[in-house]
Design a protein around this ligand. Structure first.
Ligand SMILES: [Zn+2]
Length: 450
């Protein structure tokens, strides 16, 4: 079967359905579990209805699971192949050339919030299933295109769905990149908490979320250290400023999964302060956390061949003259000993009278590269791209795939293309989505064909 030729005939349909879907502004405003008809709001409900209606018109079995998610199904059998797409989008911040929900088509692209994350790829997966059905190909599994309604803000849609429907035995999520992501590091948030009074520092603040390297750190000081601070900035070529007794230093943001791309503002500030104060939390941060993205100072550094290094992000500090909270974010490979690590973190904190607290730990997600699932999907990709150069890979972030026990992230961004998910002027390239439709159809047949 030449799926690419058949996918080409779906071009108009792809454009029509995707455009219509993109014009529904499916940003979550408020999650309201009391509102049974539309727990994620009317727009997300409308998008779910729209897709399920199209599925029904096209002769598929469809199901709406309590307005939290739905699926479009084809094929028979005990086992389920789940294809995980989502209909919600992140807010539209930033400068857009065209209104973000206008879905303007220009130069073979469609511009809109959600174009690649994840409406275009979701429609591509749907049309792939439709082609398989139109060709009369019999399947030995139920193939379900699952339409999540809340991927961006907590995955409550899919989690609820899985309480009502069978967990797919295998699956893939067209919500990331080609060729394929087969493993994702463990994601682990923890804090150090304590209390301290201090003569010099009356407040200290930096950071926002666990998953970001902080780019600003502010302290207020009781003593005039302007001269020393300015010299420090000059000596190391850092940027910062002083207003009255407030001292600010600037680093650079980065995602916590790639902390080396950033410059941690807390590290920069602590490096300055440690010579001017005996505040124990400053010396704690200096001894165990500063300028160390790999947990070496804590003795928790580790690495494995596939998933590479553990990373440790010093994400946040707040001190109000009394209470201290430091927030940390680790991304760890499969061979990390979590319990032994906790002992070390507890001990490090205790040395400075700080309490270690685990906030959330999600273990690594891993499907072997030798698994049939990975091999089949990758071969479908190679067949329609000829690309044997770009290898399947692992990441430090988390994708939608990790909600299922055995699923990988598979497309739909092609190697070398600009990643604009969550950014202004997000777009999809129509030719590439046509290719994605062919790859997904091939994949469905390889994984579920008789
Ligand atoms: Zn997504």
């Amino acid at each position: 079967m030449n799926w690419l030729e058949l996918a080409e005939k779906k071009r108009e349909e792809f454009i029509k359905v995707t455009t219509e879907l993109l014009q529904i502004p499916t940003v979550l405003e408020k999650f309201d579990p009391e509102n049974k008809e539309m727990p994620f709001g009317k727009d997300i409900r409308q998008a779910l209805d729209m897709m399920l209606e199209i599925g029904k018109q096209d002769g598929f079995i469809t199901k709406n699971v309590d307005n939290y998610a739905g699926h479009i199904e084809y094929g028979n059998g005990e086992e389920v192949l789940g294809i995980l797409g989502h209909l919600d989008v992140v807010p539209t911040g930033g400068k857009w050339i065209n209104p973000p929900f206008s879905a303007v088509e220009r130069d073979g692209k469609i511009y809109a919030r959600g174009a690649m994350d994840d409406k275009g790829p979701t429609v591509a997966a749907y049309l792939a299933l439709k082609m398989v059905k139109e060709q009369g190909i019999e399947l030995n599994k139920k193939v379900r295109v699952i339409l999540g309604c809340d991927e961006e803000t907590g995955m409550r849609g899919l989690k609820h769905y899985l309480t009502k429907e069978k967990m797919p035995d295998i699956g893939f999520a067209p919500d990331a990149e080609f060729p394929l992501i087969y493993a994702e590091k463990g994601i682990y948030m923890y804090d150090f908490i304590g209390e301290a009074e201090n003569q010099l520092i009356t407040s200290m603040n930096a950071g926002d979320r666990y998953n970001i390297v902080p780019d600003v750190c502010e302290v207020t000081l009781t003593k005039d250290l302007r001269k020393e601070f300015n010299k420090y900035l000059d000596d190391f070529n850092y940027s910062g400023e002083i207003h009255n007794n407030k001292y600010t230093i600037y680093g650079k943001n980065a995602h916590a999964a790639m902390p080396d791309l950033g410059l941690n503002a807390i590290s920069l500030m602590v490096e300055f302060l440690k010579n001017h104060t005996d505040a124990f939390f400053i010396h704690f941060i200096d001894e165990f956390l500063t300028f160390d993205n790999y947990g070496k100072k804590l003795g928790i550094d580790c690495s494995d061949k596939e998933m590479k290094d553990l990373t440790n992000n010093l994400a946040f500090i707040s001190y109000d003259g009394q209470n201290i909270r430091i927030k940390m974010n680790i991304r760890y490979p499969r061979n990390y000993d979590f319990e032994a690590g906790e002992v070390k973190l507890t001990k490090a904190g205790a040395k400075y009278n700080l309490e270690y607290k685990c906030i959330e730990n999600k273990g690594p997600h891993y499907v072997s590269p030798d698994d049939e699932l990975v091999k089949s999907l990758h071969s479908a990709y190679v067949k329609y791209t000829g690309d044997t150069e770009n290898e399947i890979f692992t990441i430090g972030g988390g994708t939608y795939a990790r909600v299922l026990t055995k699923a990988v992230a598979f497309g739909a961004l092609f190697p070398g293309e600009e990643e604009l998910a969550h950014q202004p002027n997000e777009y999809l390239i129509i030719d590439q989505m046509i290719k994605a439709i062919a790859i997904y159809a091939e994949s469905i047949v390889l994984l579920a064909g008789k």
